[in-house]
Each structure stands twice: as structure tokens, then as C-alpha cells.
Design a protein around this ligand. Structure first.
Ligand code: HAM
Length: 421
């Protein structure tokens, strides 16, 4: 038996209703904020992600699904959406056409991480980006969109953690401070951290190795190295969030797993999902366009992990109901009736109702049982006797009342089905 790849999941019909509710909530609220959908390919040139996300990140260093295509070009299944969106915007000169873009995207992402609860190798994100604005209003709007979506889903067991990574000059000063701090300790630290000391010391703060933890704990804090501009920017973002009544916790230890961030960085976290506690995250990425070969364009955005949102909804007992409605179940009892039954079902569908016929040609009893299982509101029964009379027996499943309706008289059938909606 060939099984699904570890870390991938089938989304079964019984689960799809919750996904669809989430998807329509994303779509609706992003639309209310003036965002438009943009769809990018599932795979890209590897260079896009290695340059965009950063060579020394875990994602690029060890988690990407990278392969050579037949032309020996290195391709990668996208591990996230932001780099692809920025590439698409540059390539299609979208910022030139509109100086402020609000874009969203939803789809599968791929990271070769060790699978566990809330951590998959193929997972799904909802991602929203605001491109073109270097104003803190864009940061606040991005966070407000995320917050509005979480609230609309009925979630409450989360907090927003907020930090500033400052501008490039501040990060450079901080980088030097970190290197001087870590250097005397580095011989006792993990190989990952040793590798990162010269290339990207900020990444050491994100280390998951136990031997690094006590040293990382005493490391200098980025907020102490923010210059006046960065400090002012961060204050303006916080002021807006307070005015908008979006609660947050300033967390000077928050570093994100991707290198493109500057200024605002944030995560929505929960205590309900164990170690995979981030349901979403994002931040400002003012240097990413240049990294990818575009002209300087500021950007801010975030992504939710859809599987994690679903897990949290389940924890909070807020999983949206997945009931589907069947308006009419047509029971046909012989060969000639089955064509009539299929036509009758189609008449209802054309009027916007849901109608099902039995493609197994089961017995009357078995079809009745199936009508019950599908929670049909009405059953129409056509056998030889009904067919010769030109009628069907219409049974209301809630009241058990039944009466004959003429097959030619679709109006009265429609009326009967409509009345009880
Ligand atoms: P990220 O923090 O890497 O950010 O991912 C965003 C969210 O995707 C996480 O908070 C988590 O909920 C979900 N996620 C990540 N990895 C997995 C996994 N292996 N299994 C299940 N869920 C996962 C980004 O991807 C950025 N592109 C966000 C962004 C948009 N920044 C600016 N704009």
C-alpha cells in the first residue's frame, strides 16, 4: 500500500467544511480591507528563496525541497509566499502601476521539517502583503487585518507579540554587539551557532540547541541598539495599535525565522498548541525588493498557518460546522423511473437546490436509509405505479407528511421544497 508522504495530509470531505469557512473568512475580510488576490507558481528558481529568505536561515539551510529539473536548473517548492509575491510584483511592474498594493495569497507551502503536531512538510498559509508604504499606518493596518480575521473566526486564546528589528544601521551595530558577546562563549556552543557567529549572529538568538540557551539568555537586546529613527518608528506603530485597541505584548526577544525583516516584527502565539505555538507571523521587509533585483520598495505583511488555526479552533471548540444541506433525495425504484428521477433532480438543481439520486440502484429501504444519512429535507419516490400516474410521492422528512406531486408540474414541487426553507 502506497501511503501519503510523511508530513503531508489528506483533507477529507468531513474536514473540508472548516477549511472552506476559513478560506471564505480570509477572502471576505481581506476584500473589506481592499486587498486583492494574487496567485504565484508552486515552484520557483531556488535563488529566489536563498537570496530572499537568507542563506543562513533554517529554511534555506536545511528545509527546502530543492531539485534539479531536466535542464539541470535548481528549482524549489516554495517554503513561503512573500518572496514569490515580491518577485511577481517586480516582474509584472505592479508597483509602477499602483504605488500602494494590497495583495493576499492562500495555498500550500513546503518545508522539510520534522513533522509533529502543528508542523507539516506540506502546510497551508493565508498571506497578506502591503507593498509601497514605508509608513507605520501600513504596519498597523497589516496587524489589524490579522487581528480582525482571528476575531472573526471566534478565536480568543492568542496574543500578539511585537518587536522592532530597527533599520539596517541599527541591526549592524547590534550584530557587532552580539558577536563581541558570543565570541568568548562560542567554543561551548552548538555547531549551528558556531557557523552563524560570523555570517549571521542574529540567528543564534533563535537557536533551539539546549547548550546555547543559557548563553543566549544573557545576550544584548536589540531594542537597546535602535537608533532614533528606528525607535520613533516603533513608537508610532505602538501608538497606532493602542489607538486601534489591538492588544500586544512588546517582546524584545522576538526574532523571526526569515532574514528579510526590518523594523516591525510580530507573531500571534497561543499557549494551547504546545511547542508549535505560532499561529501566524510577519513583519516589515524594506530591503527585500533590492535583494530580489527590484528597485527599493517597502513592504509589510504576515502569514497564518491554516492547519494551526484549525487546531486552535478545535482547542477552543470553535470549529465551524461542516453540515451540508440536501434539499431533495430522489428514490427511483425501477429502470424507467431512474431516468425520470435523474431529470427531476436536475430540475431542482437548476433552481439552486441540492438534489441527489442513488447511483447504486439500491432497494427502497436502503435508499431511505441513505436519504436519512445525507439529512435530506425531502424525499421524492418514483416507482412503476407513480410513473404510470405521472406523479412522485414527496415526503417531508422532518414531519413525515407526504403527498403526490405531478411530475409535469415542477412549480408545485419547487413551491413545496421552497416553503420550508
Ligand atoms: P513564518 O513565520 O515562517 O512566516 O510562517 C508563518 C506561519 O506559517 C507560522 O506562524 C505558522 O503558523 C505557519 N507554519 C510555518 N511552518 C509551518 C509548518 N512546517 N507546518 C505548519 N505550519 C507552519 C512566513 O512564512 C512569512 N512569509 C510571513 C510574512 C508575510 N512576512 C511578511 N509577509
Amino acid at each position: 500500500m502506497i501511503q501519503a508522504v510523511r508530513g503531508t495530509k489528506d483533507i477529507l470531505p468531513g474536514e473540508i467544511g472548516a477549511w472552506q469557512t476559513l478560506e471564505s473568512t480570509f477572502r471576505r475580510i481581506a476584500g473589506q480591507f481592499g486587498f486583492h488576490e494574487l496567485r504565484t507558481p508552486v515552484f520557483e528558481h531556488t535563488e529566489l528563496f536563498s537570496r530572499g529568505i537568507g542563506e543562513t536561515t533554517d529554511i534555506v539551510g536545511k528545509e527546502m525541497y530543492t531539485f534539479l529539473d531536466q535542464g539541470q536548473t535548481s528549482m524549489t517548492l516554495r517554503p513561503e509566499a512573500t518572496a514569490s509575491i515580491v518577485r511577481a510584483v517586480i516582474e509584472n511592474t505592479l508597483v509602477e502601476k499602483n504605488p500602494l498594493l494590497r495583495l493576499w495569497y492562500m495555498g500550500a507551502m513546503f518545508r522539510q521539517e520534522r513533522p509533529q503536531k502543528g508542523r507539516l512538510r506540506q502546510f497551508h498559509q493565508f498571506d497578506a502583503e502591503i507593498l509601497g508604504s514605508a509608513q507605520p499606518e501600513a504596519d498597523a493596518e497589516s496587524i489589524m487585518l490579522a487581528h480582525t480575521i482571528l476575531r472573526a473566526l471566534g478565536l480568543t486564546a492568542f496574543e500578539l507579540r511585537l518587536n522592532s528589528l530597527g533599520n539596517a544601521a541599527s541591526r549592524l551595530r547590534y550584530r557587532e554587539a552580539l558577536q563581541s558577546y558570543f565570541r568568548p562563549h562560542i567554543s561551548g556552543m552548538s555547531d549551528d551557532s558556531k557557523n552563524r557567529l560570523e555570517k549571521n549572529p542574529l540567528r543564534i538568538l533563535d537557536s533551539k540547541h539546549a547548550e546555547d540557551a543559557p548563553i543566549v539568555k544573557g545576550a544584548p537586546i536589540l531594542t537597546d541598539y535602535l537608533d532614533d529613527d528606528s525607535q520613533n518608528y516603533f513608537e508610532r506603530v505602538q501608538k497606532l495599535l493602542t489607538a486601534l485597541e489591538i492588544p500586544y505584548i512588546a517582546d524584545d526577544r522576538l526574532v523571526r525565522g526569515l532574514d528579510y525583516y526590518s523594523h516591525t516584527a510580530f507573531e500571534f502565539v497561543t499557549t494551547r498548541l504546545g511547542s508549535q505555538n505560532a499561529i501566524g507571523g510577519g513583519g516589515r521587509y524594506d530591503g527585500l525588493f533590492e535583494q530580489i533585483g527590484g528597485k527599493p520598495t517597502p513592504g509589510i505583511g504576515f502569514a497564518f498557518g491554516i492547519e494551526r488555526l484549525l487546531l486552535l479552533l478545535d482547542e477552543e471548540q470553535k470549529t465551524p460546522s461542516t453540515e451540508t444541506v440536501c434539499d431533495l433525495y430522489v428514490i427511483a425504484l425501477d429502470d424507467d423511473s431512474s431516468a425520470l428521477g435523474m431529470k427531476l433532480a436536475q430540475t431542482l438543481r437548476q433552481e439552486g437546490f441540492t438534489a441527489i439520486t442513488d447511483a447504486l440502484r439500491r432497494s427502497f429501504k436502503a435508499q431511505m436509509r441513505d436519504a436519512d444519512r445525507t439529512k435530506a429535507r425531502f424525499v421524492a419516490i418514483i416507482g412503476e405505479a407513480e410513473r404510470t400516474k405521472g406523479v412522485a410521492i414527496l415526503k417531508n422528512m422532518a414531519t413525515s407528511e407526504q403527498h403526490e406531486v405531478a411530475l409535469q408540474d415542477t412549480n408545485s414541487l419547487l413551491q413545496a421544497v421552497r416553503r420550508t426553507i
